[in-house]
Design a protein around this ligand. Structure first.
Ligand code: AP5
Length: 200
């Protein structure tokens, strides 16, 4: 049983690395971005409301995020572990997650913060825009998402550092190499309950 958060700016590789983590550690994957895109694809009133934020590169309001997430957490929290991808993104969400996991579920063990330079983020997301079909992969929206990450999500780094759970990973390397570093952090935690603060 291990509960993980993968954290980082847009394009840092959270989705890519989550897929590998799920394959290796057989844990459930909860991506708020995926949950929202599914809702948008259904064309519901909620989906339309969510699209108004995503299309502008803004965060979906905490109230909606937490409501959507609660069901997914209740479904998976007893089943061997979860990786949270793209959640939490604000301090309110982080505090709510801690509360949600209290009692029936298990707390967050590790927060993997993937660090990538802005120019590389832009390059990756512009590359992906050719076939992603994502409305938020346009260049001016990508810059907005990066700005929102810096102002609203980066404070979570000290929140989790203060809890002794944060692992900083240099995410500039190719996918396989980044995954090796993440696996090293997870394996070390699972075998010795030690948190490696930083892996270059
Ligand atoms: P979300 O879907 O979470 O998007 P994001 O955080 O902007 O991240 P991305 O999916 O763009 O990138 P990623 O880090 O997963 O990288 P990926 O692996 O895809 O959220 C979308 C929107 O939903 C938000 O803007 C917000 O509006 C809303 N939202 C979601 N969660 C919310 C929350 N909790 N609160 C409020 N609002 C919320 O990789 C990107 C590209 O790079 C790919 O093409 C990939 O192949 C490539 N790549 C990956 N790794 C490497 C590598 N090491 N080297 C080279 N290329 C790589």
């Amino acid at each position: 049983m291990i509960n993980l958060i993968i954290f980082g700016p847009p394009g840092s590789g959270k989705g890519t690395q989550s897929a590998r983590i799920v394959e290796r550690y057989k844990i459930a994957h909860i991506s708020t971005g995926d949950l929202f895109r599914e809702e948008m694809a259904k064309g519901t009133a909620l989906g339309e409301e969510i699209a108004r934020y995503i299309d502008k590169g803004m965060l979906v309001p905490d109230g909606i995020v937490i409501r959507e997430l609660k069901q997914a957490v209740e479904k998976h929290c007893q089943q061997g572990g979860i990786i949270f991808d793209g959640f939490p993104r604000t301090l309110t969400q982080a505090v709510m997650l801690d509360e949600m996991l209290e009692g029936e579920c298990y707390p967050v063990d590790l927060v993997i913060s993937v660090e990538v330079d802005e120019n590389e983020l832009l390059k990756r997301l512009i590359g992906r825009s050719e076939d992603s079909g994502r409305s938020d992969d346009a260049e001016h929206i990508i810059w907005k998402r990066i700005e929102v990450y810096k102002s609203q999500s980066l404070p979570l780094v000290s929140y989790y550092q203060n809890q002794g759970k944060l692992v900083k990973i240099n995410g500039m390397d190719p996918v396989d190499k980044v995954f090796k570093k993440i696996a090293m952090a997870i394996d070390t935690y699972m075998s010795k309950k030690e948190v490696i603060a930083e892996i270059q």
